[in-house]
Design a protein around this ligand. Structure first.
Ligand code: RET
Length: 261
């Protein structure tokens, strides 16, 4: 379990406010994705439904993380001391276990790959995602032996590299035969994916990088929460934009009249 350090009032408030902001963002994105389904063609609606599921699952877990963080500390003489109640890191990992495979489904759904192509690809990516998260967890809860934490992190990085490689190549191939707008959006999605997913292992490495325990505790919560906002809500918005642009291009957007030639 997590041996928490004492935090200053500012450090505690930073984590507290970022977790609260994350709950609000996930909740608002859920409404946006549910309502936004009406703006895209029928074949793109499953992708938006999956986006909505991802942020709903995250909204629930962030409530739990927030409560667990609050309960793990008590204010004593102006400083936040560990209350003795453990902070539960498992909520975050369970959240990833559910949401990472769904994010992969979301991407494949919007790319509209053929079933024979998308089935095996999704299966391999889902297996890699489970391995990445399962191998990362024992390291995440290791707070004393940095060697052990490093070994789990390195093992978890192998399936991580595989996932990034497949997505990068697939997204690159998907740009063929698309309108300029869709091509630009797919290019942005590719970069956002790489940039946001890259934040997770860097955040994980904070205790190894010689950052003191207090700063590492704050950095891990803030880093993971902001990466989650970008990887779930931000990425979902891009998926929405791709679905909308494709619907306009193929004439399936319910409220869009293509300009007369
Ligand atoms: C861990 C452990 C250290 C090594 C690596 C990791 C990668 C985690 C990732 C998580 C992505 C989560 C997402 C959630 C969105 O819903 C487990 C921190 C490589 C990439 C995208």
């Amino acid at each position: 379990m997590n041996a928490l350090p004492t935090l200053t009032a500012d450090q505690f408030s930073l984590v507290y406010n970022i977790l609260s902001f994350t709950i609000a963002t996930m909740g608002a994105s859920f409404l946006f994705f549910v309502l936004g389904r009406q703006q895209v063609g029928i074949r793109y609606r499953p992708a938006l439904l999956v986006s909505a599921l991802v942020v709903a699952i995250a909204c629930y877990h962030y409530f739990r993380i927030f409560d667990s963080f609050e309960a793990a500390y008590s204010l004593v003489d102006g400083a936040y001391k560990p209350s003795g109640k453990p902070f539960n890191d498992a909520y975050r990992y369970v959240d990833w276990l559910l949401t990472v495979p769904l994010l992969l489904v979301e991407l494949v759904a919007v790319l509209q790959l053929s079933r024979t192509e998308s089935g095996p690809m999704l299966r391999n990516l889902a297996i890699a995602a489970v391995l990445m998260i399962g191998l990362g967890y024992p390291g995440e809860i290791e707070h004393n032996n940095m060697m052990v934490r490093g070994v789990w992190g390195a093992l978890s990085s192998i399936p991580f590299a595989y996932i990034l490689y497949v997505l990068w190549v697939r997204l690159g191939e998907a740009v063929k035969d698309q309108t300029d707008r869709v091509r630009n959006l797919l290019g942005t999605t590719r970069l956002v994916l790489l940039a946001t997913w890259g934040v997770y292992p860097i955040t994980y490495l904070l205790p190894q990088l010689g950052v003191d325990t207090q700063a590492a505790t704050v950095g891990i919560q803030v880093g993971y929460a902001l990466a989650d906002v970008a990887a779930k809500a931000g990425y979902g918005l891009l998926i929405y934009a791709i679905a909308r642009a494709k619907s306009e291009a193929d004439g399936s957007a319910p409220d869009f009249q293509p300009a007369a030639a």
